[in-house]
Design a binder for this molecule. Structure first.
Ligand code: GLN
Ligand code: ZN
Length: 770
């Protein structure tokens, strides 16, 4: 029998229950017990729901309050030195994720613990907490063994689950070495960590687990042959030590490629591969399995919201069934459904007001159902699910032939793009001279990345406006006041290039999506981004174009309040694309070019309105890249950025901003983007990256963040000055900007004021030196 399985269910809750309770806990309004109870309830609901949809292998251990990689580190006692004095529990986990800072009191000294580093999870917009390993790293299971506890919790409810565990090689290789342990070879920790995995697996086996899912997503990356060899040894050892368990190695987000070679003789019972991203890998993977190994087919897109074309999925599955038989085939989502919204049940507005589009969608709950239908069709013949398949085929056809997805004017404009539309008028060194002459700034100009705190008042006003409780005039009046406040504060802080603060934007992508044609918004399509933060990616369903200016009113108003330059703030085409749910009926590059033309029009309008500094954020520039370097192609992404930004005069300073990216392999692309100022997330990263920028001939202005905005911690002048001094080893004085890592929207005003006061002091101190 083909089994319908899942790799992971969203943990945020159908109505973001997890976020709400966790944030209440942080605010001191919920107890540990309350958050535990909420989690128990949610897990029970999720298991029941997956069972009701007809899945036969349901994951457990996929829940997390903050991040599953962090939970895994804690479960294995990988806790950085600075947090070890804290008692085991939620508080400590949250401290590792968020840092802690408390001023000294009469009885207590001040506390200042930096959060552990956070990184993007492969090419997603989910962020994980990077495990931090030390030279003398010891691993052991603690009192609480999360994976085991959750397996038992499900078992007590009568649900037999498939525990999900982060595999040892991914765990180690996605980690980093602690500050005191430079030179530590992460893979050398393998002999130390494996006994703990053995212990965990023995406990799971003892508790009654049969299949266990071991996630090894690094198998979709380029790996050295020595590393692949370690996979072989590792799994041979782990499977031998737990003979009653069936190991399913899960890979996703890309093709396993030659790394598959270890599978056959590794002792594992099965392999999961992503066939949504890489359907072409099916044949080669099949050829590399032993005669008993199971193949789990990732057929339902875990990263998007569109209904699966079940007829197509069946065709692929049938190839597998024909080759290895139903007993050896699982159907599954391409990856954990962590990256998809929870359920369509709460999409009431779309369901009633946009039934056409609603009919094209499937969230996690519905995807589970699709998996069940696929399994039924494979096991009992297509007749057994004829009605479901016919209904699916009708939806797919309706979407394909819809009149609402194409706009001929947009298509014609795309056709007419010429190379000159991808070039600034002069090269950067000439522009820099022109810009410095036209609008001189002090040395080490200070600026921020755009957003200022999104306070409760702002969110409340927006909610009231959305619900129609206040009218547009009242809302815009409110926003104007917020902008004025933000400008005034920046003047007081003596920043050099100001921003309007983005109070009117709920989200940097959604804001533009709401103003562009071709987009639609869900009510409840939330997915996890980091910690308790969820995002609700807009949906691009049709051809994108701009009808009216989108940011001119607020930016021009903000500029009217100050004699300092006001930076216009836009989201770039690649980021709009990456952070949306994108239609899958035309190439992504085409959607991106449509977005670029819309942003280009806005950039030109800002310039016309007298705005000299314009920032086009591309934090997601790297995200669209396939995981394998041979497949890297940023050509169309960079072209889209150029198309957006090059419609201006030399005097206009184009900024771009990127965060949470590895830049290592994309210097050429960043250089080709030809921005005048680049601000990047850097406060926690290695300074060597800056050296690499210059080695790669990057000669434009650059503002590597001097403090981390993801933590409420206020950085001292000294620590930021040290960072800036270190930067000066790589970046010439005239090119260095001083700014935070990213936007400040998630922070409070008090810490923002304190942090920026210190930041400006750093710039002043730097100017005083020669
Ligand atoms: N301008 C945006 C902000 O400040 C940039 C956010 C981002 O890079 N993620 O919020
Ligand atoms: Zn950023």
């Amino acid at each position: 029998m083909v089994q319908a399985t899942n790799l992971g269910f969203p943990r945020i809750g159908a109505q973001r229950e997890t976020k709400k309770i966790v944030e209440a806990f942080w605010a001191g309004k919920a107890t540990e017990q309350a958050i535990d109870e909420a989690a128990i309830k949610l897990r029970a609901e999720n298991w029941a729901l997956q069972k009701a949809q007809g899945l036969s292998q349901i994951p457990s251990g996929d829940f997390s309050f903050y991040d599953h990689v962090l939970d895994h580190s804690v479960m294995f006692n990988v806790i950085p030195q600075r947090f070890r004095h804290l008692a085991d529990g939620h508080k400590r986990n949250f401290a590792i994720g968020r840092g802690i800072q408390k001023p000294a009191t009469e009885t207590q000294p001040k506390v200042d613990l930096e959060a552990q580093e956070m990184k993007k999870w492969f090419d997603t917009n989910y962020h994980y907490i990077v495990p931090e390993f030390e030279n003398n790293q010891s691993f052991h299971l603690g009192q609480k063994i999360k994976t085991l506890d959750e397996f038992n919790e499900a078992k007590a409810l009568g649900i037999h689950t498939r525990p999900v565990v982060l595999g040892p090689l991914t765990f180690l290789l996605l980690g980093k070495t602690a500050k005191n342990s430079h030179g530590l070879d992460l893979i050398s920790l393998l002999p130390k960590v494996l006994p703990v995995y053995e212990e965990l697996f023995a406990k799971l086996a003892h508790a009654g687990a049969d299949w266990i899912q071991v996630d090894e997503p690094i198998l979709a990356l380029d790996l050295a042959p020595q590393v692949v060899a370690r996979f072989q040894e590792t799994y041979a050892r782990l499977t031998a030590a737990a003979p009653s368990l069936k190991f399913l190695i899960a890979t996703y987000f890309g093709r396993i490629g030659d790394n598959v070679s270890f599978i056959k003789n590794s002792g594992v019972a099965g392999l999961h591969v992503d066939l949504v991203r890489n359907p072409e890998q099916l044949e080669s993977v099949l050829a590399n399995l032993s005669s008993t190994q199971v193949l789990s087919l990732g057929l339902v897109d875990g990263r998007n919201i569109w209904k699966t074309n079940l007829a197509n999925a069946l065709k692929i599955a049938e190839v597998a069934v024909k080759a290895i038989g139903t007993e050896r085939v699982f159907v599954a989502p391409s990856c954990s459904l962590l990256h998809a919204p929870v359920t369509l049940r709460f999409e009431k507005r779309l369901a009633s007001k946009n039934a056409e589009l609603f009919d094209w969608l499937a969230y996690s709950e519905e995807k589970c159902k699709e998996l069940h239908i696929l399994a039924q069709a494979l096991n009992n013949g297509v007749e057994s699910v004829q009605a479901e398949l016919a209904d699916n085929a009708r939806s797919i056809e309706a979407r394909r032939t819809s009149a609402h997805t194409t706009n001929s004017a947009v298509r014609e404009r795309l056709e007419a793009i010429v190379p000159d539309q991808l070039r600034r008028r002069s090269v950067f060194p000439e522009r820099q001279q022109t810009q410095h002459k036209a609008l001189p700034l002090p040395e080490f100009p200070t600026t921020t990345i755009g957003s200022f705190p999104q306070t409760k008042e702002i969110r409340l006003a927006r909610a009231k406006f959305t619900k129609g409780e206040i009218d547009a005039a009242a809302y815009h009046e409110f926003i104007k006041k917020e902008i004025a406040y933000c400008v005034e504060e920046q003047e007081k802080l003596k920043l050099d290039v100001l921003v309007h603060g983005e109070a009117e934007r709920n989200d940097m992508v959604a804001y533009f999506g709401e103003r562009l044609e071709g987009y639609i918004f869900s009510e409840n399509g939330w997915i996890a981004s980091y910690g308790s933060r969820c995002v609700r990616p807009p949906i691009i369903f049709g051809d994108v174009h701009r009808v009216n200016p989108m940011t001119i009113t607020e930016t021009v108003y903000a500029q009217s309040l100050t004699s300092k330059p006001m930076k216009g703030m836009l989201t770039g085409p690649v980021t709009c694309l990456q952070w949306s749910f994108v239609r899958d009926d035309i190439p992504r590059s085409v959607v991106c070019t449509q977005l670029a033309l819309a942003i280009r029009d806005e950039v030109v309008d800002l310039e016309k309105a007298g705005i000299v500094h314009i920032q086009v954020d591309e934090p997601a520039i790297r995200e669209g890249l396939p995981l394998r370097s041979v497949d890297f192609d940023l050509q169309w992404a960079v072209d889209a950025f150029l198309l957006s930004t090059t419609g201006v005069k030399d005097e206009t300073v184009i900024h771009t901003h990127m965060c949470y990216s590895d830049f290592q392999d994309i210097f050429q692309a960043i250089r080709r983007m030809d921005a005048d100022v680049l601000t990047i997330e850097n406060s926690k990263s290695d300074m060597r990256i800056l050296g690499a920028f210059s080695t790669h001939g990057y000669n434009a202005e650059i503002g590597p963040g001097v403090f981390d905005i993801h933590s409420p911690r206020v950085p001292s002048i000294q620590e930021m000055k040290e960072r800036a001094d270190a930067m000066l080893q790589y970046i010439p004085r005239r090119n260095l900007w001083i700014n935070p890592d990213c936007g400040l929207k998630t922070r409070g005003w008090k810490e923002v004021r304190e942090s920026l006061t210190n930041l400006v002091a750093v710039a002043e101190a730097l100017r005083a030196t020669s």
